[in-house]
Write a protein that binds this ligand. Sequence first.
Ligand code: NAD
Length: 281
Amino acid sequence: MILSGKNLSDRIKAGLAEKVRGYADAYGRRPCLAVILVGEDPGSLIYVRNKERACTEVGIRNITLRFPEDVEQSVLSEEISRLNSDGEVDGILVQLPLPAHIDKNVIISAIRKDKDVDGFHPLNVAALWQKAPCMLPCTPKGIMRLLEEAGVDPKGKRAVVIGRSNIVGLPVSKLLLDANATVTICHTRTADLPSITRQADIIICAAGRAGLLTGDMVPEGAVVIDVGMNRNAEGKLCGDVDFESVSRKAAYVTPVPGGVGPMTIACLMENTVEAFLRHVG
Ligand code: NAD
């Protein structure tokens, strides 16, 4: 079965929009998300546009601040500091990747923890690993919501995560552990990846390699979540999963596009509304 992130994200956004409608009267303002975009990276331009569109759907005020590729780091830091102290801004998101001359860690750490709607601030990362209240990173949060939607309780299940990045692989592994799955994290140095995936009940594929996961690597009845966002030879968006062969084996598989991508944005909207509610009350 195809596990649609598009349908679920539409429902999440519609639910949020209904709540947000009453906020202007109740609190005197709407939630607000500020997005910082540096340069003209084509992927980033698309992501930022999709985030703006989602804000409009939900009723979140959106400010996109655009800077040229050669912007100085100090200019970004000053802008973040201004947004940190702006009482009308609830969420601050810096669109990644940043140009090489900018230290991403310095910029992310400059965001106030309670406005870090991406969940990348070191204090939010630490809170996640300490099981303390935190802003959850959007993609891992969206993946867990997709599993819930499929009625899959990770408790006692063997989950295999392919990828160990700070933004997807590691945090989703932690969320799966917290949900009592037995988690194996695989990466480029993993020996004999197919022998590991063949034992999985849940496979989260977040490698950024088109066609990495094929049907022969997937046991009958597994749940497969495809996080990858790649371009194939024709320039078309595709995931890490060979959808054709994997969908013949898996009980559930997410499509690309229309899977994890829309869920990431819906969870960003949710994080922004949660930040707003903490700020107003
Ligand atoms: P990354 O490059 O930081 O990390 C990729 C990880 O995959 C690494 O840990 C690497 O060891 C592992 N890997 C790469 N090739 C492998 C292979 N052949 N076998 C086993 N492991 C391998 O990437 P990332 O930021 O974690 O993103 C991963 C993918 O997910 C990318 O395609 C990215 O565009 C996509 N992504 C999608 C969303 C979304 O909302 N849909 C969000 C974030 C990232």
